[in-house]
Every structure is written in structure tokens, then in C-alpha cells.
Design a protein around this ligand. Structure first.
Ligand SMILES: Nc1nc2c(ncn2[C@@H]2O[C@H](COP(=O)(O)OP(=O)(O)OP(=O)(O)O)[C@@H](O)[C@H]2O)c(=O)[nH]1
Length: 377
């Protein structure tokens, strides 16, 4: 065992888990430009950033108070750190340095992925690592999409489609370059891939940090769980009937089909985003917890690789208060029991973003696993 050099009273132990945001987006889509701009804001002064290749980040003019190994402290107060090898190891090391006050007590960590990264395994790792999942809470995924090249990138690179699909915040970058001739398909396309993410246009990374952060279930300002803002089930209800042509109409529902129907949509079956479906399942009656667990277990065992995100609020039989669930691929956060329902709508709602899976399979297996489920919408 290593020497214990520090006593507990020498340590700065955070009172609550630190916010963690993942910044992703295809090669050249403007992640570094955004980061560079963001780090100029005073609100970012308790932020640590981990980037893949530090050499790329042109932060020189913001630099440098001190530099130790691969960690750089900028005079704005932010920390920048390179990943040399394992991401989890880098985060652990940074956290430990914070603990023993070798680096300032940052409250937020932003990880910039490489442009080619598939973000789902990264999220999965961050959620499953026992050390990290206790000490950090995943605040959200920020994805940059290039206003000029975005469409062709989505056509040609499946990982860029995934980057859009798992985002909580989507930034359409380089809008200064479109000269008023915006590609009308791009916005529609990313909204269809990910109906709930907030979308904002930016040029040269010019955006307020507040727009990008606090995207998670926990709202640090109110110190409460803001499930409606996080789930945004209504966004899925609006779009899912419009674009999911595989959707079976065998069960009745009362939603309007008038809005969101997809007249502009490309019908090239080879498009990667045609493989991605976003939809919301709604169930009117309380659900048996064990049956729900078996259904989710079955889904993640058989189809985990293709389940990019599940979020849900559940009305569980025998519980007055709702339970919130959140999963990425094979991994689920521990369910959270809320202190009450956010409004008078006490139906269970589950939103899914999936790849190569049909909504019908979810409808049918839900019926098979959950008794009395004829009123699934
Ligand atoms: N005109 C214009 N150029 C931009 C904008 N954002 C980024 N760029 C340029 O686009 C190029 C790529 O931007 P980066 O910020 O390096 O993109 P990145 O996503 O970090 O790229 P990788 O690290 O290669 O994945 C650079 O030359 C930037 O100067 C913008 O809003 N407008």
C-alpha cells in the first residue's frame, strides 16, 4: 500500500458529487473552439477540462499559472488536463489531486472526446466505474454539429449519428459560414434523431455556459430533481408518430397525427439516422416493479448495444411516489424515488433512443412482460 501522507482534515472532500459533462461532436465540428470560448467566462472558473490531445487546444493566451505533468492551470482558474492513456485513470488522478488540494477545488468536469468517438461506451464507463459513479454525476452530453458539413457527416459516419442521438444539448456550429443559406434538412434531421435535446445555433463557440450545463435530473440551483425538464417526454410524443414508419397502429391512441408528419424527410434507407428511432411509451396504470425489472433486464441483455438511451418516470404499484430510471446501453443508474409527482399526470412514461430496433418490439414485449398493459400508448 502507498504511504498515507494526508489526514482527512487536510483533504477537500466535496459535499456532493461533482457535475460531469461530456463534449462530443465530429472531427472539426468546433468542440475545441467552443471550449476555448467557454473557458473565457467567469462562470467556468471552477471547471476542470480533460481533452484528448492537449496540443490541439490553442489556449496559450489563457495560460498559464502552473503546469505539473499533464495538468495545466489557467489564470482564469480552470484546469486543463490531457488524457494520456486511460480516461478513467485520468479522471481518478485528477479527483485525487483535488482531494489533497494539489489542484483547485473544481466543481465541474468537462470531458472533450475525440471527434471519432462513439459516446455511448464512454457514458457507460463513466456510469459504471464504482469510484467515478460515486463521486461524479453525469450532468449531460453536449454535441457539436457543423452547420456546413453536418449533413454529409451524418450521412457518412455512424458515430456522428450516435453523438447526436445521445445528446442533451445540441449546438449547430459555424452558422457564420452559411450566409443565410442554411440547410433546411439539418435541423429537422437532428430533431428527429433526438427530439428532446435543446438545440442552439452558435458561431465561434459564442454561447453562455448556463445554456449548456445543468442538463441532468438534478438541478443544483434548486437542489431538487427536475424530472420534466430532464425527461421532456412531450417532445417524443410530438415526433414519434410522425417519423417512425414502423410504428404499429394496432393499439389506439389519441395523439394528433397532424403535426410532425415528415414530408421533408429523406427516404434513403441507407441513411444511418434511419436506423435510429426515438419514441415514448406511456402506460396508464401502475406497473409491477418486478415485472418492469424483468422487462428491462431482457431488453438490455438482448438489445443493450442498440439501446442508446432510456429515461423514464414510472408509476410503481404500491408506491405513492414515482421512480425515475436512466440507462445507456447495458448500464442503468440506480433508480431514484422522487418525493412526489411533478404534476397531476401520473402515467408512466419511458423515452427511448434506439438503433436498429423497431418500436413494435418494445410495445409487444412490454405487453408480454407487464400484466394488464393493454393501454400502452
Ligand atoms: N467560421 C467558423 N469557423 C469555425 C467555427 N468553429 C470552429 N471553426 C473552425 O473549424 C475548425 C475546426 O474547429 P475545432 O474547434 O478545432 O473543431 P474540433 O471539433 O475541436 O476538431 P477535432 O479536435 O479535430 O475533432 C477550426 O479551423 C476552427 O477555427 C465557427 O463557428 N465559425
Amino acid at each position: 500500500m502507498s504511504d498515507i501522507k494526508f489526514q482527512v482534515h487536510d483533504m477537500d472532500i466535496p459535499e456532493e458529487p461533482l457535475a460531469l459533462s461530456v463534449l462530443t461532436g465530429f472531427l472539426g465540428s468546433g468542440k475545441t473552439t467552443l471550449l476555448k470560448q467557454l473557458l473565457q467566462h467567469p462562470e467556468m472558473d471552477e471547471t476542470a477540462v480533460i481533452v484528448n490531445e492537449f496540443g490541439e487546444i490553442g489556449l496559450d493566451h489563457l495560460l498559464v499559472e502552473s503546469s505539473q505533468e499533464d495538468i495545466v492551470l489557467m489564470n482564469s482558474g480552470c484546469l486543463c488536463c490531457t488524457v494520456r492513456g486511460d480516461l478513467v485513470e485520468t479522471i481518478r488522478k485528477l479527483y485525487k489531486k483535488r482531494l489533497i488540494k494539489e489542484v483547485p477545488a473544481f466543481k465541474r468536469l468537462v470531458i472533450e472526446t475525440t471527434g471519432l468517438a462513439d459516446p455511448a461506451p464512454i457514458l457507460q464507463t463513466l456510469m459504471t466505474d464504482p469510484f467515478l459513479s460515486e463521486r461524479f454525476r453525469l450532468d449531460g452530453v453536449i454535441t457539436t454539429v457543423d452547420a456546413v458539413n453536418g449533413n454529409s457527416t451524418l450521412d457518412n459516419h455512424p458515430e456522428s449519428v450516435k453523438q447526436v442521438a445521445v445528446a442533451d444539448r445540441l449546438l449547430i456550429t459555424k452558422t457564420d459560414m452559411t450566409e443565410g443559406k442554411r440547410d433546411p434538412d439539418l435541423l429537422h434531421r437532428i430533431k428527429t434523431l433526438n427530439p428532446a435535446a435543446m438545440i442552439q445555433e452558435v458561431s465561434f463557440g459564442n454561447v453562455e455556459p448556463a445554456v449548456l450545463f445543468n442538463a441532468g435530473l438534478y438541478n443544483p440551483e434548486t437542489k431538487s430533481l427536475d424530472v420534466q425538464k430532464w425527461l421532456k417526454a412531450e417532445a417524443f410524443e410530438e415526433t414519434s408518430h410522425g417519423h417512425d414508419h414502423s410504428h404499429s397502429h394496432s393499439h389506439s391512441h389519441s395523439h394528433s397525427h397532424g403535426h410532425g408528419h415528415d414530408t421533408n424527410h429523406h427516404h434513403d434507407v441507407n441513411r444511418h439516422d434511419d436506423k435510429i428511432h426515438a419514441f415514448c411509451l406511456i402506460h396508464d396504470r401502475p406497473i409491477d416493479w418486478d415485472q418492469m425489472n424483468s422487462w428491462v433486464d431482457m431488453l438490455i441483455t438482448l438489445y443493450g448495444n442498440n439501446i442508446l438511451r432510456i429515461k423514464g418516470i414510472l408509476n410503481i404499484e404500491g408506491d405513492q411516489n414515482p421512480v425515475v430510471i436512466h440507462g445507456v446501453q447495458h448500464v442503468f443508474h440506480p433508480p431514484v424515488m422522487l418525493e412526489g409527482w411533478p404534476d397531476e399526470d401520473h402515467r408512466s412514461k419511458l423515452v427511448f433512443i434506439v438503433r436498429d430496433l423497431k418500436r413494435d418490439m418494445f410495445d409487444e414485449t412490454f405487453r408480454a412482460f407487464i400484466k394488464e398493459s393493454a393501454d400502452l400508448h
